[in-house]
Design a binder for this molecule. Structure first.
Ligand code: MSP
Length: 523
């Protein structure tokens, strides 16, 4: 352990929907970051879960003809299953209907209720909300943000229909937080990433903030407001608080809270940036709590060029993806195909291109030809290297630089670049096989052949070790084939330098780990 800690969260998923590609993406990206940090020696808390309150969930339960709790129990389980399916290594799965979460939400409410705004006024006051609300987004919108649809219906920027709401409500004095927030963004340039999102949030806040309605009275599916149970808390205040519940809030003296709060990173989709970068920091600061160090917003997937939706029939269930392509191929594709932060398109052609190109032809072929050659020509034992020569130098140098390069990408959430670095070394290793031609050395210079094969086996060990966060199953199979003991000590990043392969180690019979995707032609 490095002594460092790392607290990472996904958004918690609304239980009105079934898990789909977009949810799987957020989870897998966070998983790669969490796995990397663990292998790098950090103590990690990786949180995911489900967002179960609010008008949208209440309506979905009503439409399904079941009581909201029973509805949440059922759908939440689908998300838990999705995380297992995607091989996501979350440490906690939180549900906002858990009693511990009601306590945390009420505690932050009470802390806000006692607090003053940066302008010295009460942060919380009772009033009446009269304005627009989009149930699908669970968000309030100003008149100036709306557009009018073809049949005269008003729509939020997200495309969600809005309805007029008029009801008694508690308000959070967000309007007093404008300068405070702008100052926070300026003093903490890493708080919002990527830069495009930071600019978007900054200009939204510069445009002026209105006070935020933080309770509802027209339905009851939520956390009751302390002291005024006719109101339930606005679902986003309740939902955001999950990040605190998981570390033991309101017990701020607890070991988990002291170890993990403030969170190192909240990873979110670009659609929910406003909640995480404007409302959440203001709520936390009002409650006297430290702010998360960073909010990273990723982009949005379309499917074969279209927005994913049930009505278009292009809704992609994670189970379908895994059945069709295999778990590691799906994870690799998602993380490699687009810069984390940008939008991208999920197309069958692009997935197959990555599977047959990067995975089968490049990495798979490298491992297969080196390990089969060792199996046939060295009694299946790790060969003993002699002296390295200049030809080996470039590969050895690239290999040595890999961990620092990948680490830097992880720290800036450039997941696709992390994979590009790894694959640059895959390509260099393939070139090295071709230029050093161990099959020719077998006759002309067997000791040199042993050196070349040792360099290659060690390179594959490096590559597999660093690929673990992204393609955990395939990487583990590769390490098994190099007879690397299956424990943290031998598979963590320290092992790269600490536990080189031992010459003479007997290897198991090699098997392919990255199969080609073969189209089945309908007959
Ligand atoms: N419940 C809120 C989050 C509360 S966090 C305190 C929510 N839930 S959600 O289920 O609608 O979305 C969860 C995540 O999935 C969001 O980060 C969202 O951006 C992401 N995605 C949903 N559809 C997506 C795509 N088509 N593409 C990429 N990610 C998308 O928001």
């Amino acid at each position: 352990m490095t002594g460092a800690t790392f607290y990472i969260t996904t958004p918690i998923y609304y239980v009105n929907d079934s898990p789909h590609l977009g949810h799987a993406y957020t989870s897998v990206a966070c998983d790669a970051l969490a796995r990397f940090k663990r292998l790098d020696g950090d103590r990690v808390l990786f949180l995911t879960g489900t967002d179960e309150h609010g008008q949208k969930v209440a309506k979905s339960a009503r439409d399904a003809g079941v009581d909201p709790q029973a509805f949440c129990d059922r759908v939440s389980e689908n998300f838990r299953t999705m995380t297992r399916l995607m091989n996501v290594s979350n440490d906690q799965f939180i549900r906002t209907t858990e009693p511990r979460h009601a306590s945390a939400s009420q505690a932050i409410w009470q802390a806000i209720a006692k607090s003053k705004s940066p302008k010295g006024r009460d942060n919380l006051y009772l009033g009446k909300y009269a304005g627009w609300y989009a149930v699908r987004d669970e968000a309030f919108y100003g008149e100036d943000e709306l557009t009018t649809g073809p049949n005269g219906t008003k729509r939020a920027p997200s495309g969600a229909e809005v309805e007029w709401v008029e009801e008694p409500s508690y308000f959070f004095r967000l309007s007093d937080w404008q300068d405070w927030l702008l100052d926070h963004y300026t003093r903490n340039p890493d708080f919002i990433a990527p830069a495009s999102r930071r600019n978007e949030v900054t200009s939204f806040v510069k445009g002026g903030l209105t006070d935020l309605s933080i309770s509802r009275t027209s339905f009851s599916w939520g956390v009751p407001v302390p002291g005024d149970p006719k109101h339930v808390m606005y679902v986003w205040l309740d939902a955001l608080t999950n990040y605190l519940t998981a570390v033991g809030y309101p017990e701020t003296a607890s070991a988990d809270f002291k170890t993990f709060w403030p969170a190192d990173i909240h990873v979110v989709g670009k659609d929910i940036v406003r909640f995480h970068c404007v409302y959440w920091p203001a709520f936390l600061a009002a409650a006297g709590l430290a702010l998360p160090k960073r909010v990273f917003a990723h982009g949005w997937w379309t499917v074969e060029g279209q927005k994913m939706s049930k009505s278009l029939g292009n809704f992609i269930a994670p189970q379908h993806l895994v059945d069709q392509y295999g778990i590691d191929a799906v994870r690799y594709f998602m993380l490699r195909e687009l810069p984390f932060g940008s939008d991208g398109d999920f197309s069958h052609r692009a997935v197959v291109g990555r599977i047959n190109g990067d995975l089968a032809n490049d990495f798979g072929n490298l491992a297969q030809r080196v390990l089969s050659f060792i199996n046939k020509n060295c009694d299946g034992k790790i060969p003993t290297p002699g002296n390295f020569i200049d030809h080996d130098g470039s590969l050895l140098n690239m290999r040595a630089g890999l961990l620092p390069s990948v680490r830097q990408c992880i720290d800036t959430q450039e997941l696709n670049h992390a994979l590009e670095f790894i694959w640059t070394v895959v390509a260099e290793a393939n070139r090295y096989v071709d230029s050093q031609a161990p099959w020719a050395l077998k006759k002309s210079d067997p000791p040199r052949m042993d050196t070349v094969l040792y360099v290659l086996a060690e390179t594959i060990r490096h590559l597999a070790t660093l690929a673990q966060p992204f393609v955990p199953q395939a990487a583990a199979k590769l390490l098994d084939q190099l007879a690397v003991p299956d424990d943290f000590e031998h598979r963590c990043f320290k092992a790269l330098a600490a536990h080189p392969l031992k010459p003479g180690t007997q290897l198991p019979k090699p098997v392919g780990v990255f199969p080609r995707y073969v189209e089945t032609v309908a007959s």
